[in-house]
Design a protein around this ligand. Structure first.
Ligand SMILES: Nc1ncnc2c1ncn2[C@@H]1O[C@H](COP(=O)(O)OP(=O)(O)OP(=O)(O)O)[C@@H](O)[C@H]1O
Length: 256
């Protein structure tokens, strides 16, 4: 079967720095794939290339078998690939409802920030989506008054409003308070699974990766250093040493 997303030989250098140095990755429909790796390994660069924000200098990317490399971010969204950002991109002076309604309107080709709530169809859909994310109690709260966990969920709700088949999330739990983290991930995984959305997410919290990823890709200096099920990857001594940091340099077993 054709993979949902297929990246082959992606290369991109910034000056002498190879942020992508021959990335080959297939993402299968329905899976949750976690990307882990040290800072600067090129994880965000991969998301940027896949969503049209950066153009690789070599290689190819196909979504549902069709080439998407070189298309604008908006065209790629239109084909069914959405993303969320490490820093949520919300309209801070607008309420949660207005933000999500704007995303619904954008999907329908209405790009105006002039009150999308005037259209009951957009408003109803936004309200329904907000309640699926368990955010009904903050529907009318302005985005700049939200905590980081709520901001992340609203950002992802806006991406889901675009009705993607693939969603790429850049560090969905970064900045979220530890006590809130698992609840946030449980919510977004539930919504994405119910909606049949395949997910690729960059994550630094290995407990989140272990609980929610079907496969894990380990990034190292613009390359995929390891790829496989979480039970194997997270217990790999080399991954523990270079990414997770539980082993002393040269150590062979996890520190207590
Ligand atoms: N637009 C750019 N111009 C120049 N250098 C860039 C650009 N984007 C990324 N880089 C560099 O490319 C390398 C890979 O960056 P990237 O953001 O993809 O890493 P990352 O694995 O996502 O890191 P982190 O976990 O810190 O977010 C870094 O050294 C970064 O400084």
């Amino acid at each position: 079967m054709t993979p949902l997303l297929q990246a082959k030989g992606l290369r991109l250098a910034f000056g002498g720095l190879k942020a992508a140095d021959g990335i080959d990755l297939d993402v299968e429909a329905g899976e949750f794939l976690a990307i882990i790796g040290p800072n600067g390994a090129g994880k965000t660069t991969f998301i940027n290339m896949t969503t049209g924000y950066l153009k690789p200098q070599g290689g190819s990317i196909a979504f549902e078998g069709k080439p998407i490399l070189g298309l604008s971010p908006r065209r790629i969204v239109g084909l069914g690939v959405a993303r969320s950002f490490q820093l949520p991109q919300l309209f801070t002076e607008h309420t949660v409802l207005q933000n999500v309604a704007l995303a619904v309107a954008a999907r329908e080709g209405v790009w105006s920030v002039l009150n999308p709530l005037l259209r009951p169809r957009f408003r109803d859909e936004a309200e329904e989506l907000i309640s699926r994310f368990g955010l009904a109690r903050i529907t009318d709260v302005r985005a700049d008054a939200l905590n980081e966990g709520a901001r992340k969920l609203v950002d992802i709700a806006m991406a889901v409003a675009l009705r993607p088949r693939l969603l790429l999330m850049d560090e969905p739990t970064s900045g979220v308070a530890a006590a809130e983290k698992m609840g946030i991930v449980e919510t977004l995984v539930r919504v994405l699974r119910e909606a049949g959305v395949t997910a690729v997410f960059v994550e630094h919290d290995m407990e989140v990766v272990g609980r929610f990823a079907d496969r894990v890709a380990v990034w190292g200096q613009g390359r995929i250093a390891a790829l496989g099920p979480p039970a194997r990857i997270l217990n790999d001594p080399e991954v523990q040493r270079t990414v997770i940091g539980t082993l002393p340099p040269g150590g062979t077993h996890a520190a207590a």
